[in-house]
Design a protein around this ligand. Structure first.
Ligand SMILES: O=c1ccn([C@@H]2O[C@H](COP(=O)(O)O)[C@@H](O)[C@H]2O)c(=O)[nH]1
Length: 236
């Protein structure tokens, strides 16, 4: 199911995985109107990116703060309250019940939406078992999605490989945000659960998160436009 409420060009979220605010600003200039939605994670966030996030949101871009919070409930809640003042659209937390509950309660009354990271897209079943889990990836993603939905979380981060199954579980009430996107022919890198942009949209993803295929392209704007074209074709 593809919710009609999301503008097609807002479905691409570009990860500003860059080392400094100056390099991020240069990339934003280069991408221009090809990108409406940016993600800021650890690398840029720890290098001044939270101030940039506030400026970007103030300038009309949408911002996803991929901070993947996970701590005792009180600390998560206070962190979410601070983030809520930055004007971001999305904030990630890890999909643990105490963490999700604290984040959802703390974001009440703000425009911030909480996304729960189910199982990182760089993990496969072997990685999960090595980390001490008995469940395989698809079962753990589904179990965490059900917990997230019951706790009132706004959306889920998963691989597009799980998008179709998640749609059946959560319907169209939760945003499905999918990293692990690789246009045909691009390097996989450390991602293990991947799909092309077109297949991810067809599987039911609302938003596609793309980092290196845009950041490392010879022409990042052309790379972003090619992904928009794939999204548009998949939605047609
Ligand atoms: O499960 C997850 C959660 C977050 N990410 C983040 O998305 C981007 C993906 O970047 P690529 O360069 O396109 O691989 C990156 O910022 C991750 O921190 C994820 O990949 N998987």
């Amino acid at each position: 199911m593809q919710p009609a409420r999301i503008a097609p060009r807002d479905r691409l979220i570009v990860a500003l995985d860059l080392p400094s605010v100056a390099s991020a600003e240069a990339m934003i200039d280069r991408l221009g109107d090809a990108v409406t939605f940016y993600k800021i994670g650890y690398q840029l966030g720890y290098a001044g990116g939270l101030i940039l996030a506030k400026q970007l949101a103030g300038s009309g871009k949408k911002v996803f703060l991929d901070l993947k919070l996970h701590d005792i409930g009180n600390t998560v809640a206070r962190g979410v309250e601070s983030v809520a003042g930055l004007g971001a659209t999305f904030l990630t937390v890890h999909a643990y019940p105490q963490t999700m509950k604290a984040a959802v309660e703390a974001r009440a009354g703000s425009g911030l939406k909480i996304l729960a990271v189910t199982v990182l897209t760089s993990y496969d079943d072997t990685d999960l078992h090595a980390a001490g889990y008995r469940l395989n990836v698809s079962d753990l993603v589904e179990a965490r999605a059900k917990q997230a939905q019951a706790l009132g979380v706004d959306g889920l981060v998963s691989s597009p490989e799980e998008a179709a199954a998640l749609r059946k579980i959560v319907g169209d009430q939760m945003n499905l945000v999918t990293p692990g996107i690789r246009p045909a022919g691009s390097a996989t890198g450390d991602q293990k659960r991947i799909m092309t942009p077109a297949r991810a949209i067809a599987a039911g993803a609302d938003y596609l998160v793309v980092g290196r295929p845009v950041m490392e392209a010879a022409d990042p704007k052309a790379s972003a436009e090619a992904i928009h074209a794939e999204i548009a074709q998949a939605l047609a």
